[in-house]
Every structure is written in C-alpha cells, then in structure tokens.
Design a protein around this ligand. Structure first.
Ligand code: ATP
Ligand code: MG
Length: 152
C-alpha cells in the first residue's frame, strides 16, 4: 500500500515522544516539503528500524536533550537521519557496532543486549539500503539510513 511517509514518521515520532515523556524532546523535520511522494514501503520494516534507532538515541542521551529525525527525499531513495546529543561512540568500538552483542565501552550501566543494531543492519541490507553513522564522544551521534524508494 502506498504510504505517506511524512505522515507515517510524524505519527511514529509522536508516539515515541509520548513514551519518552518529558525526558527528551524529539523533533521531526522534512527537507523539501513540497516534494512528498507516496512510496511503497514495508511499514513493519520501517517501524522496526526507526523505533530501534530512536530508542537508542533516547537511551544514550542525557535527560533534557533533543533528538531529531529528519527525512530527506531524493529521486530514487529516502534518507533518514537520526541525530542525538548523547554519549557518542568511541572510535575503537565503531568498526564492531553492527556486530551482534557488541556494546561500546562507554555504556556504563545503561542496559542493553547489543542486538538491536545488528538486526536493523540485516533488515536494511536485505532491502538494498545502507546504514552509516558519525559520532563524537559526548557531543552526539548521527545515524544515516538510506532506503530505495520502492520497497515492497
Ligand atoms: P538492545 O539490543 O537492547 O538494543 P543495545 O542498545 O546495547 O541493546 P544496539 O542497539 O545494538 O544494542 O547498539 C549497540 C551499541 O551501540 C550500544 O550498546 C551502544 O554502545 C552503541 N550505540 C547505539 N546507538 C547509540 C547512540 N545513539 N549513541 C551512543 N551509542 C550508541
Ligand atoms: Mg539498542
């Protein structure tokens, strides 16, 4: 079913904001608002990817900080950027970040199994997309997900 992606994301962000309560502010932005194609996309897949990345952003950022989901439409693909102002990912952990059970050395007592990103990466690979990140310790992290426009 063709999906209004902007609407879908704004509803999802709203729900995650309700879950986070007042601990974090989650903003949703769309670049190029005049171009909003209806896309064929697997809603379950997309929900899974975005919930994982947004809940990580919340979990690994201080209370009161802001998280941003930005949607960028390009001719043949959609780009999702998930940006936080959190603890960041140490250089030495970055290469293993998508490996199952790998957790970075700076997680302290923040709970987790280290499986979320490994599964997200496998799903994205399966659909012909990409996932990358840029991170700076105690400044924040940006995850960038690219998916082909016609996912069924
Ligand atoms: P779970 O399986 O419950 O999601 P997890 O959050 O530890 O556990 P992943 O989501 O796979 O596992 O993330 C792997 C590791 O990557 C985390 O343990 C953390 O060290 C690091 N990480 C992921 N997202 C962020 C982020 N936004 N900021 C800082 N570190 C992150
Ligand atoms: Mg996680």
């Amino acid at each position: 079913i063709p999906l209004d992606l902007s609407k879908f994301c704004s509803v999802l962000v709203h729900e995650i904001q309700l879950g986070a309560g007042s601990s974090h502010i989650i903003n949703f932005l769309v670049a190029e608002e005049n171009f909003e194609p209806k896309v064929l996309v697997d809603q379950k897949l997309l929900t899974h990817i975005l919930i994982n990345l947004l809940t990580n952003a919340i979990k690994y950022s201080p209370k009161g900080s802001t998280i941003e989901l930005q949607l960028i439409y390009q001719p043949e693909k959609i780009i999702f950027e998930i940006k936080d102002q959190g603890i960041g990912i140490p250089q030495k952990d970055q290469k293993q970040l998508f490996n199952s059970f790998h957790r970075a050395s700076n997680v302290g007592d923040i709970p987790g199994t280290g499986l979320g990103l490994a599964i997200v990466k496998q799903c994205i690979d399966l659909y012909g997309g990409t996932i990358n990140f840029q991170s700076q310790i105690n400044v924040g992290t940006i995850f960038t997900v690219t998916l082909p426009l016609t996912l069924v």
